[in-house]
Design a protein around this ligand. Structure first.
Ligand code: ATP
Ligand code: MG
Length: 199
């Protein structure tokens, strides 16, 4: 690289830095954020739990609601419960089977009632609502109630939502929305879901 190239590069980087610095200086608000992780690619729940871990690592109080996993194993739960993070999960009776729509609705409602208390609790800094999007698309939970609880949560509290096909109302309410796109998935090549990587 010639000296001239070097100077050009330096000037370009400085201009970029000025733009970024100006943006950073502009972002002054500090408040609870609603983060939605959606899309058909792998990594939504992983990122949700990663955020919980990050928060716990800074001494924040977190709570997790899992809306489909039920009694299924979950590596993150094994760790986070030991660190004092409460989990609200679907108990037996949740079938994904519309033949028992009433039972499923009751199971979803029970988890919702439990996590709604966290959403109203100023001592909780971050709430993960893992897979809640399906509860809305299946009409097991009422979107108005979910939106109202999130809107009226303590001002500093962060909420993370994961799941495909997120309801438009939640996307509108969200501060940050990431859509994870499936470029490739091992499952399509016949590789089964594996403990430690997929759950
Ligand atoms: P993860 O829990 O791995 O972060 P996710 O939350 O993004 O995945 P879900 O829709 O909740 O995705 O998927 C649950 C399971 O299905 C996981 O074991 C995940 O690896 C798998 N999975 C996710 N996306 C795909 C896909 N595009 N094709 C096949 N399997 C998938
Ligand atoms: Mg998931």
């Amino acid at each position: 690289m010639t000296q001239r190239d070097n100077n050009k590069h330096k000037a370009r980087q400085q201009r970029l830095k000025d733009v970024v610095d100006a943006k950073v200086a502009q972002a002054q608000t500090e408040r609870g954020v609603l983060l939605v992780l959606t899309g058909n690619g792998k990594g939504k729940s992983t990122a949700g739990f990663g955020t919980v871990l990050r928060a716990v690592g800074h001494g924040l109080s977190c709570a997790v609601a899992q809306f489909i996993k039920g009694e299924w194993p979950c590596g993150e739960r094994n760790v986070l419960e030991k660190l004092g993070v409460p989990f609200h999960i679907m108990k037996t009776g949740f079938t994904w089977n519309t033949q028992d729509r009433e039972g499923d609705t009751r199971a979803a409602e029970a988890v919702w009632q439990a996590v709604a208390k966290d959403l109203a609790n100023p001592d909780i800094d971050l709430v993960l609502l893992d897979e809640i999007t399906y509860m809305l698309s299946l009409h097991y939970l009422d979107v108005d109630s979910v939106v109202a609880a999130i809107e009226s949560r303590p001002a500093h509290q962060h909420v993370v939502i994961t799941g495909r096909n997120c309801h438009r109302r939640l996307l509108e309410l969200a501060d940050t929305v990431s859509e994870i796109e499936p470029v490739k998935h091992a499952f399509d090549a016949g590789i089964k879901a594996q403990q430690g990587l997929d759950w």
